[in-house]
Design a protein. Structure first.
Length: 372
């Protein structure tokens, strides 16, 4: 090889090495809606320059196998700008806009279709530089989710009916490390929903962020749902709230329930906070062992906490309409055990002239807590 060719070869190798480090899988979802969809892998370009995706491919190893599903990885297309993400959907190409299971959930289109739902949450997924065949060793494995040769059922990385997202910004060169991922755990997206698609869609939208690599900041606590924005049961008198809120109350907005601390029973530090309630009114924090999905008309709002009810605390809202629980072990109060769920909500008095329906009370959005 002459000197000029040697330099050219070295440049290609250096370029490939840089690209390999900058393109990585950042979110993997195995959802629970019709047909076990949507299923997708998010790629993100964490580098400073655009990446030619036609140089890469995606493949899967199923049920602990060491041979690529279908015998080969699938070549990708297009390019990916610096800092941008790319959604690869494991479903057939529907042949038109707005028809995919992914679109039905998120309202945006996939960037690439793998052609079918060829993976589950216990399968290994790999990103290659080049197209791999057989065991994939004829291409360069850039990044991998899961342990090759191991069926993921029961492992720490299993995300069946659940999701995982990447904490870091660097591909792993084919050596998987669980510490670089947040894994919600098997069945998370259907927990507490009793098979109800509205509840499961709410969990999916609340917990996943396709197209945006957010990393692993402070994890959200609980799954919010029971909205008065028209996505669930209609509010009692047309008092529709904004997206993610309860039914509108006399404050002019819908009440929102959030949580602080953690869902860890040993820590006992879960706290509940309500916002956008009327000022200076009594508010009851309560918990149900069941979920009423998509919600039942209740006063001026919706009730989504059902079954045996526990009255947690009563407090008055402040001048801004905010209210919080005082320090207490809420997990112990509801008799929670590891793996059990509780549906939290706020009931509050609303008797002012601006109350929309005139029943005298309203409710917040709800929060599904899965104790660990």
């Amino acid at each position: 090889m002459n000197y000029k060719n040697l330099l050219a070869s070295a440049a290609v190798v250096a370029l490939a090495a840089t690209a390999n480090a900058d393109l990585l899988m950042t979110e993997i979802v195995d959802a629970t809606l019709t047909g076990g969809q949507p299923k997708f892998v998010e790629l993100t370009n964490t580098g400073a320059v655009s990446v030619d995706l036609s140089l890469y491919s995606l493949g899967n190893f199923n049920n602990g196998g060491t041979t690529l599903g279908g015998g080969a990885s699938t070549a990708l297309t297009g390019s990916l700008a610096a800092g941008a993400s790319y959604i690869i959907c494991y479903e057939p190409d529907p042949g038109g806009a707005g028809l995919s299971a992914y679109f039905m959930a998120y309202g945006t289109e996939c960037d690439f279709y793998m052609g079918g739902g060829f993976v589950n949450g216990d399968d290994v997924i790999a990103l290659f530089f080049g197209v791999g065949t057989g065991d994939g060793t004829d291409a360069t494995m850039v990044d991998v989710y899961g342990e090759l040769g191991i069926d993921g059922t029961g492992t720490a990385w299993e995300n069946t009916d659940s999701y995982s997202y990447r904490c870091g910004d660097v591909a792993n060169a084919g050596v998987f490390a669980i510490g670089d991922w947040f894994v919600a755990g098997a069945d998370f997206l259907e927990t507490g929903c009793a098979g109800d698609d509205v509840c499961e869609l709410a969990a999916l939208l609340a917990q996943t962020t396709p197209g945006v690599h957010v990393g692993c900041g402070a994890p959200s606590i609980g799954v919010p749902f029971c909205y008065g924005d028209g996505s669930d049961t209609a509010c009692p008198c047309g008092n529709v709230g904004a997206a993610g809120e309860g039914c509108t109350n006399s404050s002019g907005a819908g009440a929102i329930l959030t949580a602080t601390g953690s869902e860890n029973l040993a820590a006992g530090d879960l706290g509940l906070t309500g916002a956008q309630l009327p000022a200076s009114v009594p508010a009851l924090f309560f918990s149900g062992v069941n979920t009423i999905a998509p919600g039942a008309s209740f006063g001026d709002g919706l009730r989504c906490a059902g079954g045996a009810i526990t009255r947690l605390q009563v407090a008055f809202t402040d001048a801004s309409g905010d209210v919080s629980t005082s320090p207490a072990n809420i997990g112990a109060a509801v008799g929670a055990t590891v793996g059990s769920t509780s549906t939290m909500q706020i009931w509050f008095r609303d008797v002012s002239a601006g109350a929309p329906c005139g029943s005298g009370f309203n409710t917040s959005s709800a929060l599904l807590i899965t104790w660990n």
